[in-house]
Design a protein around this ligand. Structure first.
Ligand SMILES: [Zn+2]
Ligand SMILES: [Zn+2]
Length: 171
């Protein structure tokens, strides 16, 4: 006989993963470079673009970042809470990373703390969505060519194309 479970109530203190294997949502797992931080997502990250802004380039040490929104309630830190560090890269924008290896994990806005912008490079589970836009191309590194057909924008993409869920997206 099936046991009905309430649809994802908030994890209470000490509650563990559901023992019965909820199959209705795919579980995504991720980690930092050193493995000290491990997380699990109980929802799929949303639409994303490639952000070429200078802050994202410096925060990730790469030509652009790929950040997708995920509800904070769907982000479950499995290990490494003591390693998490936050840096306020611009007023009200916090970038969260591993204090041991430096891997960026997510960012969020103080004004919208319930939505995280997950750094997709930290995912271990395959994620099949494709980017919808190149944003902040005005800040782009000269050494990184863009040779695909994904639309490019000098700053943010229009919300009709890419909703700015939970973050000024970049900067
Ligand atoms: Zn680490
Ligand atoms: Zn950015």
């Amino acid at each position: 006989m099936a046991i009905l479970r309430r649809p994802d109530t908030d994890r209470g203190a000490g509650s563990r993963q559901d023992a019965g294997g909820c199959k209705e949502t795919k579980v995504f797992e991720g980690s930092c470079l050193c493995g000290g931080i491990r997380y699990r997502l109980s929802a799929e990250p949303g639409d994303f673009g490639y952000c070429h802004c200078a802050s994202c380039r410096k925060a990730g040490g790469a030509g652009h970042s790929a950040n997708a929104p995920i509800g904070r309630a769907d982000f479950h830190l499995e290990h490494g809470a003591a390693l998490l560090r936050e840096y306020e890269s611009s007023p009200g924008k916090f970038r969260v990373f591993c204090g041991h290896c430096g891997s960026p994990i997510y960012a969020y806005l103080g004004a919208a703390p319930d939505v995280l912008r997950l750094r997709l490079g930290s995912l271990d589970t395959p994620f099949l969505r494709q980017p919808l836009a190149h944003t902040w191309v005005s800040d782009k590194a000269q050494w990184e060519p863009i040779d695909d057909d994904i639309p490019q924008f000098d700053t943010f993409a229009p919300p009709t194309l890419l909703r700015r869920r939970g973050a000024g997206e970049s900067r």
